[in-house]
Design a binder for this molecule. Structure first.
Ligand code: PEP
Ligand code: MG
Length: 750
């Protein structure tokens, strides 16, 4: 059964559009379930609660597209309304039965129907019908399992089918990643080379494409023949023959002919080649003979070899559109480095959420991002016009004139808001009842520190040191790190600069230090790695302390602290480094202030013990939220559940503040919540008066602070804590912000 399931799902995933996918399903199911008919109803896009017969095999084809069922209407509508399967021996006798005239279904009274459900939404109903023999339990289980699996494929195929490059506006919805808006042109990220990620592209230069295809093929042919020769000495003859067989396949025949035909039809070489390879590999996977079925992998392997050569030939991404919107399945922080910053206007990623590091980086750079877009038709987007709305988490493909005009207006209003905010740049962040808040910036890019300095920030509250580690192909040396840290300490001379020790692992991998874990966020991460590798930790702390000599504004922050032990070990190492440097320079050096990040629930419950060991604590709301709510900060499937305004997160933060108060340990917040206007309101209400955020959020946060009294915010927090969930808390705070005329901080437009 599992093979039949896999085969159907594979066929559907390969389908180019929704209609061919549905035809495949109905044909396969009629055959696999020995049925006489199979039909699929799907929900109509623009008419909620109505389904239409989208495909049918075995009934009169004339009814396709001409039968509709409302929720609860007929058997199909009943299955959809109840979200439950129906298995009937005599369907026409059921009180809900509604005959489809001239369909031929009266001849097949036995019926099994199951709903197709994805993300709690009924997408449609699949039914199979027979003339005799009831559907047994196994068959019902098979169809239910298949419908569950197909739901995702149908969703994906539907979005593929609906997006037409020539068509007018198509809206896609993800989650808000980084605020702001951009109008630009999509550039599909092509990290590494693999067949699946080759985007569709049309070409006018058919001769040029044919030429580069032939050149790539002949290079691979040469290499394979050479490899066969080299291997002859060490491998048995039949193994060498494989290389020659590969080479043979490239000297002519259907692989070459089909691809050249695709190119002649106006497709660029990589996608023509991809289609040919997929079709040929598919034919092999269908073969009963296991040996032959395995050959599909050989075809794909060959496909990849030629593709690599082809991609080397294509210098497609040298020209970045002026307003590039980076689009990919899983855009990561390091991908941003591939696009010149002055061209990068927006980001759309199928995976990830607002607290993914790429979103945080985008926020820091002032680039709007939409994350976690289910079924993003990535391959079809290269070169397409896009609008990114990082407030609402939506994007518009091929926006029409009216949407363009609307967003151009929003962009103007946004500019006006920024302009108005400049007035308060040099004013202190004080509430209307004179409560002073210190505003710092989060940093970590090697880029210019000038915007942070000019923003009126009072220092760097979080410097993420991992980025310089991520953009290299080896650990940076002590000297390289020294220069980076010296630069930031000097730039902010006279103001505190909090350098966080290396926090890699989780979603921040190092290419040269691969870690493979089933649950990276619960694995080897942050201080766990650096304590296991004291040489990395010591080198980094040496660079920090040396950089601080003569400037004395360094504070060191330790990430992912889960208990006293890690802190004590870190402190021993830091003090040892200090003593070594003192000996080297021959003078006394002050120990920098040392802080712990509170971002893991165990640290919340040990806050008093932790505070006894450190000079300050900084709340990492991004991780604290993910670990408290058991919601992966990068997983778009649960992105809706991720909210730092969740009552549990607010309560945990109140507990931190209370615990730290006993020892007078300063508490600051450096997670994304600190730069969220609503977060600012909640955090001030808790009595927190030090916030560190992306530079782009600073003036908005200041404006919020200046618009409320501390007493009011304290009172609002009490109201928030009595509310049942994150949604109502957000609504409550948003309402108050609107009342002060600051609603434009939360959405597009004033
Ligand atoms: C946090 O977890 O809130 C934080 C500031 O650290 P990072 O986002 O780098 O994990
Ligand atoms: Mg963190």
């Amino acid at each position: 059964m599992i093979h039949r399931l896999q085969r159907i799902v594979q066929e559907v995933n390969r389908a180019r559009d929704i209609d061919s996918a549905l035809v495949l399903i109905t044909e396969s199911l009629t055959q696999d379930l020995n049925a006489q008919a199979c039909s699929i109803f799907l929900a109509k896009e623009n008419e909620p609660g109505v389904m239409i017969l989208q495909a049918s095999n075995g009934l009169n084809p004339a009814i396709i597209g001409n039968v509709e069922r409302k929720l609860g209407q007929g058997l199909i509508g009943t299955i959809a309304a109840r979200a439950e399967a129906m298995n009937l021996i005599d369907a026409p006798k059921h009180k809900k039965f509604l005959l489809v005239p001239d369909s031929g279904e009266v001849d097949f009274p036995i019926m099994l129907g199951v709903p197709i459900i994805a993300h709690r939404e009924v997408l449609g109903v699949i039914s199979v019908q027979r003339a005799k023999n009831a559907f047994n339990e196994d068959e019902e289980a098979f169809l239910t399992t298949l419908a569950a699996q197909l739901a995702t494929s149908i969703e994906r195929a539907e979005s593929k089918g609906r997006v037409s490059i020539e068509a007018s506006t198509h809206t896609i919805k993800g989650v808000a990643g980084a605020p702001g808006m951009a109008i630009g042109v999509a550039m599909v990220l092509n990290r590494g080379v693999n067949l699946e990620s080759v985007p569709d592209k049309k070409t006018d230069d058919i001769d040029g494409e044919l030429k580069s295809f032939r050149a790539a093929v002949s290079k691979v042919c040469e290499e394979l023949t050479e490899q066969a020769e080299k291997m002859r000495a060490s491998l048995p003859e039949e193994e060498c023959a494989l290389f020659l067989a590969y080479a043979q396949m490239l000297t002519g025949g259907s692989l070459i002919d089909d691809t050249e035909k695709g190119i002649s039809n106006g497709n660029w070489a990589p996608s023509s080649w991809r289609d040919t390879i997929e079709q040929h590999a598919y034919v092999f996977t269908q073969m009963e003979d296991r040996y032959l079925a395995e050959r599909a992998n050989d075809i794909r392997d060959l496909g990849l070899r030629v593709l690599r050569k082809l991609m080397l030939e294509q210098s497609i991404y040298l020209d970045f559109p002026e307003q590039t919107i980076l689009v990919g399945d899983d855009v990561t922080a390091t991908d941003l480095a591939d696009v010149p910053l002055d061209c990068l206007s927006g980001i759309v990623s199928a995976h990830g959420s607002s607290s993914s590091h790429v979103a945080i980086l985008a926020h820091a750079l002032g680039i709007p991002a939409v994350m976690g877009v289910p079924n993003l038709p990535v391959k079809q987007l290269d070169g397409v016009n896009l609008i990114v709305d990082g407030y609402s988490g939506s994007a518009f493909i091929n926006p029409d004139k009216s949407i363009l005009a609307e967003y151009n207006q929003y962009l103007k209003e946004e500019e006006a808001i920024e302009q108005d905010l400049l007035v308060i740049k040099n004013q202190p962040a004080v509430t209307t009842d004179q409560h002073k808040v210190s505003l710092m910036v989060n940093s970590g890019l090697m880029s210019d520190h000038t915007p942070s300095l000019r923003s009126g920030a009072e220092g760097v509250g979080l410097y993420r040191t991992e980025i310089p580690f991520q953009i290299r192909d080896r650990f940076p040396s002590e000297e390289e790190q020294y220069l980076i840290y010296r630069n930031v300490l000097e730039t902010f001379k006279g103001m505190p600069v909090v350098l966080r020790t290396l926090d890699v692992g989780g979603d921040k991998p190092l290419s040269y230090f691969p870690i493979s874990e089933a649950n990276p966020f619960l694995g080897w991460r942050g201080v766990r790695i650096t304590l296991d590798h004291p040489e990395i930790f010591v080198t980094q702390v040496r660079a920090m302390i040396r950089a601080n000599v003569g400037i004395n504004n360094l504070e060191i922050l330790l990430p992912m602290i889960t208990g006293k032990g890690e802190l004590e070990e870190s402190l021993v190492l830091i003090k040892r480094v200090l003593a070594e440097i003192e000996e080297e320079v021959g003078e006394k050096i002050t120990l920098p202030k040392i802080g712990a990040m509170i971002e893991v629930p165990s640290a919340v419950y040990q806050i008093e013990d932790i505070c006894a060991l450190v000079d300050f604590v900084s709340i990492g709301t991004n991780d604290l939220t993910q670990y408290l709510l058991a919601v992966d900060r990068n997983n778009e499937n649960v992105a809706e559940l991720y909210s730092s305004l969740h009552p549990a997160v607010l309560k945990a933060m109140c507990q931190i503040v209370e615990g730290a108060e006993a020892s007078d340990t300063p508490v600051s917040v450096c997670g994304e919540l600190a730069g969220d206007p609503l977060g600012v309101m909640a955090l001030l209400g808790m009595g927190i008066d030090s916030l560190s955020m992306s530079v782009g959020s600073l003036l908005r946060a200041k404006k919020v602070i200046m618009s409320f009294s501390h007493a009011e915010l304290t009172e609002l927090l009490q109201q928030a804590l009595a509310l049942p969930d994150a949604f109502t808390i957000r609504e409550m705070y948003a309402g108050k912000l609107e009342e002060r005329g600051l609603g434009g901080f939360l959405r597009a437009g004033k």
